[in-house]
Design a protein around this ligand. Structure first.
Ligand SMILES: C[S@@+](CC[C@H](N)C(=O)[O-])C[C@H]1O[C@@H](n2cnc3c(N)ncnc32)[C@H](O)[C@@H]1O
Length: 324
């Protein structure tokens, strides 16, 4: 979970986090594939530990292995179901929300590709590189947390987390209308309205709006860490965390931007590895804790844009919450 080069830090998944053990082992549980029975949006009360608890193995249902094998007969060729080599991990990570994850995968590889939100070459690897890769970050998010996903694009990782973790309250922040339209449609189609809100706007412009004060801010492939910290740290509460999903050069990025992050009130970035033992390579996350709220002059001098929101103005039509 923690790269030894960077140490465990004080802010890793604690007792309140579901942790890696929350990933359901692929044992005796039903898997609802579309075309058979679609899984209903799960209904455990948001915030209840049960919402993120491992699926009960006592269902008397077929094993995952046989369910996967049965499902093979019904698999479509649109790429929405996971390839065999990752099917068990996907079933394990999404648990009883697996059917919903398949539904989301289908949206991505059909509408998402047609509408230019997902490259056609991503479709065959949508599970490995996108859904599972994002879902494993769930192990760093405490039960019942409020999460803001900055630069959601087609919903990565925000919608994936909402699918995997119905206990979370998630706000998707995305400036582009075409993308927020897709996000809103996906949220409705997947029945995620109770827990997911779509906000159109730039992160730096919505800082005084509903997303602010989050327990966790996530971002994947949005900006270098210094700029990201400038946008995201103001959206988290003090002691809240930025989880920046990064690639292979995460360690170098952490070293390069640590001073800029500190000037923004953030902790030393700590490199975390999520999904070790499940996926190879695991997902690399830079974790930054909000230590202090910088004075406005410090924030304005930071690498983020000097925004209308910081000046007390909001760009027309921006930063307004849109339910589903
Ligand atoms: C490369 S895409 C990544 C999308 C998604 N996170 C993923 O991993 O597939 C970057 C996204 O960040 C959004 N973005 C860029 N600047 C932003 C800002 N200041 N605030 C919020 N989102 C931003 C873009 O509109 C785009 O959807």
């Amino acid at each position: 979970m923690t790269n030894p080069r960077f140490g465990a830090g004080d802010s890793g998944p604690g007792e309140e986090s579901p942790g890696p053990q929350s990933f359901r082992r692929p044992v005796r549980r039903p898997i609802a594939f579309p075309g058979k029975a679609r899984s209903a949006p799960a209904s455990p009360a948001p915030g209840s530990p049960a919402a993120a608890a491992p699926a009960s193995p006592a269902s008397g249902s077929p094993s995952a292995e046989s369910a996967l094998s049965d499902a093979g007969d019904a698999r479509t060729t649109d790429g929405s179901e996971p390839p065999a080599e990752i099917a068990e991990v996907a079933a394990s990570v999404f648990g009883d929300r697996f059917g919903l994850a398949v539904d989301y995968a289908r949206l991505l590889v059909t509408d998402g590709v047609v509408r230019g939100l997902i490259g056609p070459r991503e479709a065959p690897r949508i599970w490995e590189r996108h859904l599972v890769n994002c879902a494993v970050v769930s192990q760093m998010i405490p039960i019942g947390a409020s999460v803001v996903d900055v630069g959601s694009g087609a919903g990565l990782p925000g919608i994936v987390l909402a699918v995997a973790r119905p206990d979370l309250r998630i706000t998707l922040v995305e400036p582009l209308a075409r993308r927020t339209a897709f996000l809103s449609e996906a949220v409705t189609a997947l029945g995620l309205e109770p827990t997911v809100t779509v906000v159109r706007g730039r992160a730096e412009d919505v800082v005084d709006g509903p997303p602010a004060g989050a327990d966790v801010v996530t971002a994947r492939a949005v900006a270098p860490l210094d700029r990201l910290a400038g946008w995201c740290l103001p959206l988290a509460r003090v002691s809240g965390r930025l989880l920046a999903l990064k690639g292979a050069s995460a360690a170098e990025e952490a070293a390069e931007h640590r001073e800029a992050v500190a000037a923004l009130g953030g902790s030393e970035p700590v490199l975390r590895l999520c999904g070790e033992g499940l996926i190879d390579p695991p997902t690399t996350v830079l974790e930054v804790v909000v230590l202090t709220r910088p004075r406005p002059s410090t924030r304005a001098a930071g690498p983020g844009r000097d925004t209308a929101a910081r000046a007390g103005k909001r760009a027309p039509g921006r930063g307004r919450p849109r339910r589903g």
